[in-house]
Design a protein around this ligand. Structure first.
Ligand code: HEC
Ligand code: HEC
Ligand code: HEC
Length: 285
């Protein structure tokens, strides 16, 4: 079975409570009532806190049962029951994706130490976790974990104008293509100039990383900016310049270095950053 990935553009569809076929899988915006749990950037969402709570209490329940500590298991199961119930109330649009009856029966089966029922109802409860995650996590990530590129402006170092991110990409792209075209046309002076223009734009892109990557991994290197727009790209461009310096153009080295930039900068960065931007565009926000 081939998974199908389709995006519904701004259409608000009725929630389908049980997803059984991949054809039903749509990346639609999460319910608006979720916004309030993600209102503070940089702070862990209250929804995530609640998820961690139900995950922890469920884990603790299973662990105490393994140790045949039934008293402790019941207490943990009750904690799980209330955390699960609380989560079910947080987003009204999703209340049907929880199975509160199964969670009550799960607790009751622990109280009566009925292993058959424990198995059945814990299975039912866990299924709700997986089903909801598979159906909704991508939407939630695209909406709350990916800042939008559409509010970002980039200073184009060539004309010193601030342009939209997307517009800047098209400029970056055409200055990259120009290098290849001019190499083919053997227009030596313009070729060098094109490399400088592209090089400036690629460096210019470094200033946008911090609009989303607000905290660096560590105080010391490496920094995010070592990826896709790092010194290795500038070095590759220097090498490209050299392909012409000796008089006869070195087409093989030229191709190799251009491919390096295309794969390690453009492609890699697109693979990471573009899906979220595409989903957001499809939603029209
Ligand atoms: C109705 C939907 C729904 C149900 C049911 C649900 N979850 Fe979640 N859960 C989510 C969403 C959405 C996220 C992603 C939140 C995010 O990344 O911002 C999530 C994230 C999580 C996370 C990751 C938290 C983190 O640290 O990032 C855990 C763990 C988790 N859920 C556990 C569970 C367990 C265990 C159950 C079942 C007992 C469950 N969830 C049921 C929607 C649901
Ligand atoms: C529109 C927002 C946005 C911009 C602009 C952006 N990123 Fe990201 N990037 C993200 C998000 C969100 C992730 C997912 C993981 C995370 O939050 O760090 C990510 C992930 C990454 C990763 C994968 C590993 C990691 O640390 O998260 C790298 C590497 C990366 N970005 C580099 C860059 C570089 C270099 C730039 C600038 C040239 C850049 N990004 C610009 C939002 C952005
Ligand atoms: C910092 C990461 C990053 C780097 C590096 C990067 N891009 Fe992009 N690019 C993006 C993102 C994100 C988008 C989507 C922007 C949006 O939709 O708002 C994009 C969009 C584009 C688009 C528009 C695509 C379309 O279909 O509209 C083109 C063309 C493009 N990039 C070309 C390039 C080229 C060529 C390079 C390398 C020389 C490159 N990009 C390097 C992140 C990057």
């Amino acid at each position: 079975m081939k998974p199908k990935f389709s995006i519904s553009a701004g259409i608000i569809l009725l929630l389908i409570p049980y997803i059984s076929h991949s054809a039903d899988f749509l990346v639609q915006p999460p319910p608006l009532s979720m916004d309030k749990f993600y209102s503070e950037r940089g702070k862990t969402s209250e929804w995530i806190e609640q998820m961690r709570q139900i995950s922890k209490t469920l884990g603790a329940t299973l662990l105490s049962m393994d140790k045949k500590n039934w008293g402790e298991a019941l207490k943990n199961a009750q904690d799980f029951g209330s955390a699960y119930k609380k989560a079910a109330k947080m987003i009204p649009e999703w209340k049907d994706l929880f199975d509160l009856e199964a969670s009550e029966l799960f607790i009751a089966s622990i109280q009566s130490q009925d292993t058959e029922n424990i198995k059945q109802f814990s299975g039912k409860v866990k299924k709700t976790c997986t089903q909801c995650h598979r159906k909704n996590n991508i939407s939630v990530w695209a909406r709350y974990h990916w800042p939008s590129t559409q509010t970002i402006k980039v200073l184009d170092p060539i004309d010193e104008q601030e342009v939209d991110y997307d517009r800047f990409m098209h400029r970056l792209s055409s200055s990259f293509k120009n290098i290849e075209i001019l190499f083919g046309q053997e227009k030596y002076n313009e070729f060098w100039k094109a490399i400088d223009i592209f090089s400036k734009r690629l460096r210019g892109l470094r200033s946008v990383c911090s609009k989303c990557h607000v905290t660096e991994w560590t105080k010391n290197s490496p920094s995010v900016k070592d990826f896709f727009v790092g010194e290795d790209m500038i070095d590759a461009l220097q090498e490209i310049k050299k392909t012409y310096a000796s008089g006869a153009p070195d087409a093989k080295l030229f191709k190799k270095k251009m491919e390096y930039i295309s794969e390690q900068s453009c492609k890699m960065c697109h693979l990471i950053h573009q899906p979220a931007a595409m989903i957001q565009r499809a939603w029209g926000n």
